[in-house]
Design a protein around this ligand. Structure first.
Ligand SMILES: *[C@@H]1O[C@H](CO)[C@@H](O)[C@H](O)[C@H]1NC(C)=O
Ligand SMILES: *[C@@H]1O[C@H](CO)[C@@H](O)[C@H](O)[C@H]1NC(C)=O
Ligand SMILES: *[C@@H]1O[C@H](CO)[C@@H](O)[C@H](O)[C@H]1NC(C)=O
Ligand SMILES: *[C@@H]1O[C@H](CO)[C@@H](O)[C@H](O)[C@H]1NC(C)=O
Length: 811
C-alpha cells in the first residue's frame, strides 16, 4: 500500500499550481477531417475504447490500492478551500507552512481593530454568525417559561433602542436610587440614615456591583470535591487600572475619568427633572468623594502583598475570624514600605519597625482590622444564604487589602465620611449600570474611552447585546446552536476519531522505549479513565431541562433594565447553589459554541466543544485525512499531555501529586529524549520582524520553555497519522482529493498545517516572539521536519529544510 502511494507521488510536481493536474481542451468544430482521417479516427477510437476497457480491468485489479478521485460536492469544496489557502509555488520541502498557508493573509484581511487573525478565529466568527441568525429567527418554543423565549426576549429588549431612548436615565433613578436611600446630588439623601453594612449589602448583593470586594466561586485546590469563595479587591474604575490613581505622571487620565463621572452625574440630574439650585457644586462634591475613595482604595491595593499560593492555609480565614478576630497573629502580614512613598500619618493602626538603607527608611507594618466595621458574616451570608455559615472559610487573594478596608473606612474624616462612602457607592452603581441606559449614557462611556485611548471603534448595538447574553445565558445560547447546527452524527463521528487516536497512543505506549513498564501501566490506566467531553452535553437537547435551569429568571420583553437586575439576582442564586453543593464534574467549562479545545488536568478531561467541530477543522462529511490531520492531531496533542512531563503531576482522578507518577527510571530515560529535542530547537530563530527601532530582527526561540510543547505537538501529529492509517485499514482507503493532485498523506499534513494559518500585524507578531511564543509557521515547520512520515510523504531530500538530519524519539 505504501509503495503504491509512493508511485502516485512520482507524478507529483509541487511547482505546478495544482500538482499534476492538466485540463486539455479541443476545439472540435475547427477539425476538418478527410475520409481517411475518419477511418483512422475510427481505429483510434476503437483502440482508445479497448484501452479504456483494459484500464478498467487494471483499475479493478488495483482497486484496493489505487484510490479513485472523489468528486462529490464536499470533496470539491474542501479541495477549493485548500487550494485557495495554499501557495503551491512554494516548495513544501523548504517551507511547509508557506506552502500550506501562503495565501491565507492575502484574502483573510485583518479587521481594523484586530492585530491578528487565525483559522480558529474564522471558525469562531462563523459560529457567531450562525448564532446571530438563530437569535433573529422566530421563536420555536414560546411558552412563558421557555428558555428560548427568555433568551430572545432578553436579547430583543437589549436591542430595543426606542424604549431605551424614551426612558433615558429614569430606570436608574426609579429602580436603583430608592434602594440606596436616595442620592446627595439630587438632595434626596439623609446622611444620618446612612448605614455602611446595609448599603454594602444593597450594592454588593442586591445590585450585584463590586464596590469593596469581588468574589468568585470555584473549586478548592486543596479539596477538589468542594467549591470555595475567593475574595478579591475591587473598587477601581472600569477603564482605570489601580496604578493610574497612584501614579503622578498621568494627570490627563485622571482628569478624563473625572470628566466621565461628571458627565454621567449631569445626565442623571437632568433626567431626574428636579430643580436643585446648587446642583453643580453637589456634582463636584460627588466627583471628588468618589475619586478620593477610589484613590484611597488604590493606595491600599498598592501596599497589599499578593498571596502567592492563595489556597494555602494562611490565605484562608473563617468569616467569623475575618469579622472579629483581627488579633489572629497568623493573619498578620509583614509589609515592607518605603516611608517616602507613603507618609507615616497615612498608615495608622500599625505596629512599626523600621530601618534605614541607602538613605531610604523601610518600615515593616502589621495591619489591624478594627472590629466589625465590615460585618463579614452578615455580608457573606446575605450573599450566600444556603452555602455559608460564620464558620465557613473564604480565601483571600490579597489579604492585606481585605483587612485594610476596615481601617480605611475608620480613618475617613468623620464630618464627610458617610457622604463620601455613599457617593462612592452610587458612582460604582452608576458606572456599572449606565451602559444599560439610553445612548447618551452608553456614549458617555465611549467618549471617555476615546479620551483615554484615542480609539473610536464601537461594538455596535448588536455585538454589545450579543456579548451580554453570551455572558449571562450561555446554556440557552448553546442549546440553540446545538439544535440547529450540530448533528448527533457529527458528535458520534468525532468520538470515533478520538477512539482511534486513543488506540494509537496506547499502542505507542506499548512500543515506547523511554517509559518503563511501571510507568506504562499507570499511563494506560490514566488514559482509560480520561473523560472526553465532545460536542455538547446531552441536556442541551432537552427543552424541559433547559427551561428548568432558567425557571427562576423572569424576563420582560419591554423592560430591559429590570431584566438586567433580574439576571443579576439569578446569577447570585446560581453561585449560592454552586457553592452549597459539591463540585459538579459533569459541568462544561467552555460554552458549546466556543472554538477551543482544552485539556483539564484536574478533572483528567479533554473537552472539544461543538463550536470547534466545524469545517475546516472538522466535519464528519469532510474527508477523513482532513479530520485526522487537523482535529485528530490536536486530540493527540492533548492526550499526550495527559501522560507527559506535565501530566505526570496529575493522577487519573485529577489529583495533584508533586512526586509524580513517573518512576525514577522513566525520568532518567526521558531526560535524553528531551535533550535531543532541546538540541534541535536550540539556536533556532523566528522572524525577521521589524523591531520598534525600525531594524529587522530575528528572535531566538526559547527552546527550554518550548521543548515540552514541541514534544506533545509533534507527537500529536504522529499519533493522528497512525490513527488515520488504522482508520483506513478498517474503512478502506479514501478516494483522492480532486484537483490538487496530492496523496491522502500529503493532504493529512496540509490539513494539519492549515489549521494554524494566520495573518498577524508585525507589531503583534514581534511582541509574541519577544515574549517567547513560537509562532505557528515556525512551530509547524520545526515539528514537520522531525516527522519521517512527513519527509517521506513529500519526498524531502536529505539536507532540505523540512528534513531534519536527526529525528528525535517522541512518544
Ligand atoms: C507564493 O510564493 C511565491 C514564491 O515564494 C511568491 O513569489 C508569491 O508572492 C507567493 N504568493 C502569495 C500570494 O503570497
Ligand atoms: C413588562 O414591563 C412593562 C413595563 O415596561 C410592564 O408594563 C408590564 O406589565 C411588564 N410585563 C410583565 C408580564 O410583567
Ligand atoms: C527516586 O528518586 C528520588 C530523588 O532522586 C528519591 O528520593 C527516591 O527515593 C527514588 N525512588 C525510588 C523508588 O527509588
Ligand atoms: C548554539 O549556538 C552556540 C553559539 O553559536 C553554540 O556554541 C552552541 O553549541 C549551539 N547549540 C546547539 C545545541 O546547537
Amino acid at each position: 500500500m505504501t509503495d503504491n502511494k509512493e508511485d502516485n507521488l512520482k507524478e507529483f510536481n509541487p511547482n505546478s499550481k495544482f500538482g499534476n493536474l492538466s485540463v486539455p481542451s479541443f476545439n472540435f468544430s475547427s477539425m476538418n477531417w478527410t475520409r481517411r482521417e475518419y477511418i483512422l479516427g475510427g481505429v483510434l477510437t476503437a483502440t482508445l475504447l479497448i484501452m479504456f476497457i483494459l484500464a478498467g480491468f487494471l483499475g479493478a485489479a488495483h482497486n484496493k490500492t489505487v484510490p479513485k478521485t472523489c468528486n462529490n460536492a464536499r470533496c470539491l469544496e474542501m479541495a477549493a478551500y485548500v487550494a485557495y489557502t495554499m501557495n503551491s509555488s512554494v516548495d513544501p520541502c523548504t517551507d511547509f507552512y508557506q506552502y500550506a498557508c501562503g495565501t491565507y493573509s492575502s484574502f483573510k484581511y485583518l479587521e481594523p481593530d484586530h492585530t491578528s487573525r487565525t483559522v480558529m478565529d474564522d471558525v469562531y466568527h462563523r459560529n457567531e454568525d450562525k448564532l446571530r441568525n438563530l437569535l433573529e429567527a422566530p421563536t420555536k418554543r414560546s411558552t412563558e417559561w421557555a428558555a428560548e423565549l427568555k433568551l430572545k426576549d432578553l436579547f430583543n429588549s437589549c436591542l430595543d433602542d426606542y424604549l431605551k431612548e424614551r426612558r433615558r436615565g429614569r430606570p436608574f433613578i426609579e429602580k436603583i436610587l430608592p434602594k440606596m436611600g436616595g442620592w446627595y446630588v439630587l438632595n434626596s439623601w439623609d446622611s444620618n440614615q446612612f448605614d455602611l453594612n446595609s448599603n454594602l449589602k444593597t450594592v454588593q448583593t442586591d445590585l450585584w456591583v463590586a464596590a469593596f470586594w469581588t468574589n468568585s466561586v470555584g473549586f478548592d485546590w486543596k479539596d477538589w470535591d468542594k467549591n470555595v469563595v475567593q475574595l478579591y479587591p475591587a473598587g477601581s474604575g472600569k477603564y482605570m487600572s489601580w496604578s493610574y490613581y497612584t501614579r503622578t505622571d498621568n494627570q490627563k487620565v485622571k482628569d478624563d475619568y473625572k470628566k466621565f463621572m461628571r458627565r454621567l452625574a449631569n445626565l442623571i440630574a437632568r433626567d431626574s427633572k428636579l430643580n436643585i439650585p446648587d446642583i453643580d457644586s453637589r456634582i463636584e462634591d460627588f466627583v471628588s468623594d468618589a475619586f478620593t475613595m477610589e484613590t484611597k482604595l488604590a493606595e491600599l491595593y498598592k501596599r497589599s502583598a499578593v498571596n502567592r499560593d492563595r489556597f494555602e492555609t494562611s490565605s484562608r480565614i473563617t468569616l467569623n475570624d475575618l469579622k472579629i478576630n483581627s488579633g489572629n497573629v497568623q493573619f498578620f502580614s509583614l509589609l515592607v514600605i518605603r516611608v517616602d512613598e507613603i507618609g507615616m500619618e497615612e498608615v495608622p493602626h500599625r505596629l512599626d519597625w523600621s530601618h534605614e538603607s541607602k538613605g531610604t527608611t523601610y518600615t515593616a507594618v502589621l495591619e489591624h482590622c478594627p472590629n466589625g466595621v465590615i460585618d463579614w458574616v452578615a455580608q457573606m451570608q446575605y450573599e450566600f444564604p444556603n452555602a455559608l455559615t460564620k464558620d465557613s472559610s473564604v480565601i483571600l487573594y490579597k489579604k492585606d487589602f481585605i483587612f485594610g478596608l476596615g481601617s480605611l473606612v475608620n480613618n475617613l474624616d468623620s464630618g464627610t465620611k458617610n457622604r463620601m462612602l455613599h457617593n462612592y457607592f452610587i458612582w460604582r452603581l452608576l458606572e456599572s449600570y449606565a451602559t444599560h441606559l439610553s445612548w447618551e449614557y452608553v456614549h458617555a462611556n465611549r467618549e471617555y474611552y476615546v479620551d483615554i485611548r484615542g480609539q473610536t471603534e464601537f461594538l455596535g448595538t448588536w455585538k454589545y447585546c450579543y456579548q451580554y447574553i453570551d455572558k449571562k445565558m450561555p446554556e440557552a445560547l448553546s442549546s440553540l446552536f446545538v439544535r440547529d447546527h450540530f448533528a448527533d452524527k457529527n458528535r458520534d463521528k468525532a468520538k470515533e476519531i478520538t477512539d482511534y487516536v486513543t488506540k494509537a497512543l496506547i499502542s505507542e505506549i506499548d512500543d515506547n522505549k523511554f517509559l518503563d513498564s511501571a510507568t506504562k501501566k499507570i499511563a494506560k490506566s490514566k488514559l482509560a479513565k480520561t473523560v472526553y467531553k465532545i460536542g455538547y452535553p446531552d441536556f442541551m437537547l432537552s427543552a424541559d431541562k433547559l427551561d428548568k435551569i432558567y425557571s427562576s429568571l423572569a424576563i420582560n420583553r419591554t423592560d430591559y433594565f429590570q431584566n438586567i437586575m433580574n439576571v443579576n439576582q439569578f446569577e447570585k442564586v446560581h453561585y449560592d447553589n454552586e457553592l452549597a453543593g459539591d463540585v459538579d464534574r459533569t459541568k462544561w467549562v467552555y460554552n458549546v459554541y466556543d472554538t477551543s479545545m482544552a485539556v483539564l488536568f484536574y478533572w483528567n478531561e479533554i473537552i472539544v466543544p461543538a463550536g470547534f467541530l466545524q469545517s475546516p477543522l472538522y466535519d464528519y462529511k469532510n474527508p477523513h485525512y482532513a479530520n485526522f490531520g487537523s482535529m485528530g492531531s490536536l486530540i493527540g496533542h492533548f492526550m499526550t499531555n495527559m501522560i507527559d512531563e506535565r501530566g505526570r503531576y496529575w493522577s487519573e482522578k485529577g489529583k495533584w501529586t508533586p512526586q509524580t507518577w513517573w518512576t525514577n527510571g522513566t525520568k532518567t530515560n526521558y531526560a535524553s529524549v528531551k535533550q535531543c529535542v532541546l538540541n534541535y530547537y536550540t539556536n533556532k530563530t523566528q522572524g525577521p520582524y521589524i523591531a520598534p527601532d525600525g531594524t529587522s530582527e530575528m528572535i531566538p526561540i526559547k527552546a527550554k520553555w518550548y521543548a515540552r510543547r514541541a514534544i506533545s505537538y509533534t507527537t500529536g501529529i504522529k499519533l493522528a497519522l497512525k490513527a488515520y492509517r488504522k482508520w483506513e485499514s478498517d474503512n478502506g482507503v479514501e478516494p483522492l482529493s480532486p484537483v490538487l493532485g496530492l496523496t491522502n498523506d500529503q493532504m493529512f499534513f496540509v490539513a494539519q498545517a492549515q489549521s494554524y494559518c494566520y495573518n498577524r500585524k508585525n507589531a503583534a507578531a514581534y511582541s509574541n516572539a519577544v515574549r517567547g511564543r513560537v509562532e505557528e509557521d515556525v512551530r509547524t515547520n520545526l515539528a514537520m521536519s522531525q516527522i519521517s512520515e512527513f519527509t517521506r510523504a513529500f519526498k524531502c531530500k536529505p539536507g532540505s529544510q523540512m528534513n531534519a538530519p536527526s529525528k528525535c524519539a517522541y512518544y
